[in-house]
Design a protein. Sequence first.
Length: 220
Amino acid sequence: MAKDSTQRLLSNIPNTATLCNLLLGCLSLIFASRSQFNLSFYCILFGGIFDLIDGYLARKLNVSSQLGKELDSLADMVTFGIAPFYAVFLYYNPISELISWLTLIFPLLVAIRLAKFNVSTPKDSKFSGLPSPIFGITLASIPTSYLHIATSLKVFLICFMLLSSVFMVLKISYPKLNISKKWLISLLLILFFLSLLYSEILLPIYLIYLLRPFFRKISV
């Protein structure tokens, strides 16, 4: 009985991290609705940290479950699908109503990406398709990072994101970083704090990662 209680308690730890991710996604929507795009972006960025932590804790505590997996996908849908879309929709609406409506494709593709991940056989060394957190965080950085560039460049950026979003649902193998968890977390935390200070660095990093498997075989 005591062992079962301990197991249930431990299983709630990664799920709590997942719920923090979801909460931050909801807060991002609220800030975006107030045109506070920097705060909206920070919420999504912090959500990415909790998305990293929940999976790590589940494996470390050996409490991975179907409930946790489904909860994680729902949280990711809000934080990396709906919240970034809503921010860029509001940001681009005064610039081009047509482009802002085209951004509806973002949450649809994120949903497909997450659903495919849930039914796929996990591969330790690779992702199948562009990971949705990488896409969502980069997308959310645009209204914050490029406020003062020319309108034509803003249109170019969102068109680029529209084209690259398709990579989430293509069968392209994207590598995971082949380093220890300790170094991986340290590296991501450094990137996180750099992104807080200089959100402009995210787009070049995204572009490098996006094109890394470009010359490999692509199939739908």
